[in-house]
Design a protein around this ligand. Structure first.
Ligand code: AMP
Length: 218
């Protein structure tokens, strides 16, 4: 049965690291709306220019813009057995849109799971402002919690690390507000549908991974 996985949790809860690993483990595409939008921004496309104005304020980009990206991406052939969707949906309107997209694409019933990374939010701002990533291989580091061997250089491929433009304290605070207002209500939305899997995401990368795999195998 096709496995459709979506993930909920506040900014910097560890979703990116875990979902990237999970997608590789399952052989499914890892579809991360934040990264897809950053590609549009880097290419300076019309969508990218619109997206940037919202991302720079820590707000959600307009639903039609992300909806089109997701509709096109989920229709691709590599999603036919399943997908790992990271960063979408992020509002009730997006969750309803995703149901429509799935029902148009799926010929048979799929196994849909919403996995919620339940985490203590106190340290997350600090995680965000110290975060760095490799533009080449995508590895994520943290100056404080997961430093590289050589400062600003990727341990895996030796590329120079980058900091995301929206990983400042001010924008991070706005992203948290957006999360609690727009995205957190989805926890109840999916709970009512009986597809929510709540996972304690406070442990190490390996501890969280083990919990995640248990949920996937349920
Ligand atoms: P992320 O990389 O998931 O932290 O996302 C970075 C930014 O991209 C967010 O703060 C939003 O401005 C935007 N974004 C990512 N996913 C979505 C989405 N599903 N809907 C609207 N905006 C999004």
């Amino acid at each position: 049965m096709k496995l459709e996985l979506i993930f909920l949790g506040p900014p910097a809860c560890g979703k990116g690291t875990q979902t990237d690993k999970l997608a590789k483990h399952l052989g499914f595409p890892h579809i991360d709306t934040g990264s897809l939008l950053r590609v549009e921004i880097a290419k300076a496309t019309p969508d990218g220019l619109v997206a940037k104005s919202f991302i720079d304020k820590g707000q959600l980009v307009p639903p039609e813009l992300v909806g089109n990206i997701i509709r096109n991406r989920l229709s691709e052939d590599d999603c036919k057995n399943g997908y790992v969707l990271d960063g979408y949906p992020r509002s009730l309107a997006q969750a309803e849109m995703l149901e429509k997209i799935n029902s148009n694409i799926d010929k048979e019933k799929a196994n849909f799971k919403a996995i919620y990374f339940d985490i203590n939010t106190e340290l997350l701002i600090e995680r965000i402002v110290n975060r760095q990533s490799c533009p080449k291989c995508g590895e994520i580091y943290n100056k404080k919690f997961k430093p590289t061997k050589v400062e600003n250089v990727c341990d895996k491929c030796n590329s120079e690390l980058k900091t995301r433009a929206d990983d400042t304290e001010e924008i991070a605070r706005a992203r948290f507000e957006t999360y609690f207002r727009e995205t957190a209500p989805l926890i109840e939305f999916y709970e009512k549908k009986g597809v929510l899997y709540k996972m304690n995401a406070n442990g190490s990368i390996d501890e969280v991974w083990n919990k995640l795999i248990q949920i996937i195998n349920k």
